[in-house]
Design a protein around this ligand. Structure first.
Ligand code: FMN
Ligand code: SF4
Ligand code: FES
Length: 639
């Protein structure tokens, strides 16, 4: 793309879409300096508004999404308009736009199917879907003769229970974004076609269920959350029982009792209860939430932020989606409790771009809460201010890493920071910030209501409370399950209906691509942070992918190696180059053409792993070798 910004105009549709987003935050254009008509008398000698506009650089990603949704790509005209309005240099803005897989800086057809070919979808025939699409529409990314539609491969869409799955994006007014499964090539083409004809509410693209809780809805929902409606659940208690779009329903089912209780006991007691509960972060790093909150509360700089990490891009992980789609008000309430406890006034929900339904449900929940005074300048009439903005991710796994997420919200490339300072001191916008995972946060209302001690009695001594697991692959009833910490892998798989056909298990992936593989001999392992550590494994964010004895595990490992190669942000050499070398190594093993012997290749992989662990800035590089190394060790994989 040529980066000259003079005299390139956006189309009227692009301009309208971009301005609709930016006008709300920075006001309408005022002259030639911020993207309007140039008037020599007014704009000839004096620049206005540049500094103010630059202070809204965090609107870069929302503006890009608006342009992408309107035209299907970020055209030079759209980029130039955004740059003028936010006074961001075009080269920098281009660097940001080109970072994200869901944004395109090259012309693309308006209708795109992002077809998942990751772990669970591979097991369910994703390669056949891709081969058929290649025959029907041409190679991935090809726009075909008519240039109306195309398809592309995608890493996990967080829809593993519906494998093989696809995300459909159709640019226009209104734009369509839907993810659904299972798909085959014919249904993918039919969905694209329906989207192009504006049939976004047609059955073909519905993707949304009627929200009123009926037995039919419950039955449908149980294909996603098999325990929906069951008693004894803490985190999924409302799923299937309430209308997720109704604040009235939420309030009638215990909603906002916890915020009221927190306000009654005050911020210090609230944080004490979270500390007593010993709740560990559910986003993968298992950091104590209470400690984080206490540090943020002690920080004096203002304003303070609460960031909810709903990026959930770890392959095989889709448990946060259950909350985002089915109990969104609980997350709004939990974020508000976090804000009250730490005295924060700004909230951001960073949600992956592949979760359109979750984003819509959260946007509705935030709007309803605001309308009822449960967000805003005087929350619940209790004299504190808090509000939440949604930020949609752009299809970059690395943006789930806390500091990369901050950079992404700030309108920069999602590159992790060198962690000189704690986020609770200098996080988002260099201000004190609590960043917590969705599931971590939805534990909070229960802790506030029941007390930290009662919560700490659940699970095990070192892994307290309940945990959500996303189970997929070769199980009869894949989905999101809630159990107390401590259930064994075997019992969890049984809960999910066991392996179809009673086949033997060859491998289980714990924690996704950043996790590890264990073999049938590990089925007795209790799923807790401490047992995982003891066995050299990890729980990650709770992904459990089951592979029966028919699986070509080497093929799965190569997909994981490709994932890291694609998702490395490229900032540090060991990760940028090491992940490419790993993928090449896996390809050689798959093709039966090892360099030297297989033992030589394994030694090389081990060396690469050591360098990645020792010399990478962030967790992506540090864990990029683990699944490959543990998977290759399993019996029968390299036979
Ligand atoms: C590559 C990478 C991806 C991550 N992705 C996510 C994610 O999608 N969701 C999440 O909550 N945490 C993710 N994390 C962990 C976050 O950095 C951070 O620890 C977490 O959001 C903190 O919340 P918690 O303490 O409640 O778990 C990721 C970490 C790394 C290194
Ligand atoms: S380890 Fe990889 S993903 Fe992390 S900062 Fe370095 S290059 Fe980026
Ligand atoms: S949606 Fe395809 S593997 Fe998760």
């Amino acid at each position: 793309m040529d980066l000259v910004v003079v005299d390139i105009a956006p189309s009227p549709a692009e301009r309208a879409a971009i301005d609709a987003v930016l006008d709300q935050v920075i006001g309408p254009v005022r002259g030639g300096w911020d993207g309007g008509e140039r008037d020599v008398e007014r704009d000839g000698r004096t620049a206005r508004g540049g500094r103010e506009a630059r202070s809204h650089r965090d609107m870069l990603l929302p503006a890009f999404h608006a342009a992408q949704d309107a035209a299907g790509w970020i055209s030079p005209g759209a980029l130039a308009h955004i740059c003028r309005r936010l006074t961001v240099p075009p080269a920098e803005a281009y660097g940001v736009a080109s970072f994200y897989a869901l944004l395109s800086t090259a012309a693309k057809p308006p209708a795109v199917a992002h077809v998942c070919d990751d772990m669970a979808c591979r097991l369910a025939g994703a390669e056949t879907v891709c081969a058929d699409l290649e025959r029907e529409l041409g190679p991935a990314g090809d726009s075909g003769a008519e240039g109306r539609m195309t398809w592309t491969r995608s890493p996990c869409l967080g829809l593993c229970e519906q494998a093989p799955a696809a995300l459909f994006t159709v640019a226009g007014d209104p734009p369509v974004r839907r993810s659904l499964g299972p798909v085959d090539a014919a249904s993918v083409i039919a969905h694209l076609d329906a989207g192009l004809r504006g049939l976004e509410h047609s059955d073909a693209l519905a993707g949304t269920l009627d929200t009123v809780p009926t037995p039919e809805r419950l039955a449908a929902l149980r294909r996603f959350v098999p325990q929906a409606g069951d008693r004894g659940l803490r985190l999924l208690a409302r799923v299937g029982r309430i209308d997720p779009t109704s604040l009235t329903d939420y309030l009638a089912n215990g909603g906002y009792r916890a915020l009221r209780a927190a306000i009654d006991v005050g911020p210090t007691r609230t944080i004490e209860e979270v500390i007593t509960a010993e709740v560990l972060g559910r986003g993968g790093a298992a950091f104590p939430a209470g400690k984080k909150w206490a540090a943020a509360a002690a920080s004096t700089a203002r304003p303070k932020n609460i960031v909810c990490n709903a990026d959930e891009a770890e392959p095989g992980t889709f448990k946060d989606r259950a909350i985002l789609e089915e109990d969104p008000f609980s997350l709004v309430e939990a974020m508000t409790i976090a804000a009250f406890a730490t005295d924060a006034e700004r909230g951001f929900l960073y949600i992956r771009g592949e979760y359109p339904l979750g984003e819509a449900r959260m946007a509705n929940a935030i709007a309803c809460a605001r309308e009822r005074g449960l967000l805003g300048p005087d929350v619940m009439g209790a004299g504190f201010a808090f509000d939440i903005e949604i930020r949609r991710g752009g299809g970059a796994y690395i943006c789930g890493e806390g500091t990369a997420l901050f950079e992404s919200i700030e309108g920069k490339r999602g590159e992790p920071r060198n962690k000189a300072a704690r986020s609770t001191t200098a996080g988002l916008f260099q201000k004190p910030t609590v960043v917590n995972n969705v599931e971590t946060l939805v534990n909070i209302p229960g802790i506030v209501l029941d007390g930290g001690a009662e919560y700490a009695a659940l699970g095990t001594a070192l892994s307290t409370g309940h945990k959500l697991f996303s189970i997929s692959g070769h199980v009869a009833r894949p989905g999101v399950y809630e159990t107390a910490f401590g259930i064994t892998i075997r019992d969890l798989i049984e809960m999910a209906g066991g392996v179809p056909g009673g086949r033997a298990i060859k491998a289980v992936n714990l924690g996704g691509a950043a996790g590890v593989f264990v073999g049938p001999d590990a089925m007795h392992m209790p799923l807790t942070f401490e047992h995982a550590k003891e066995m050299g494994a990890t729980l990650g964010a709770g992904a459990v992918v089951v592979f029966d004895d028919t699986t070509d595990v080497l093929d799965i490992l190569r997909r994981i190696a490709q994932f890291f190669r694609d998702e490395s942000c490229g900032q540090c050499v060991p990760c940028r180059v090491g992940t490419v070398r790993q993928e090449e190594l896996l390809a050689r093993l798959m093709n039966g053409k090892p360099r030297g012997s297989v033992a030589d290749e394994l030694a090389l992989l081990s060396d690469l792993g050591q360098v990645l662990r020792d010399a990478s800035i962030c967790g992506l590089g540090q864990t990029a070798n683990d699944a490959l190394a543990t998977g290759l060790r399993l019996p029968g994989v390299l036979a």
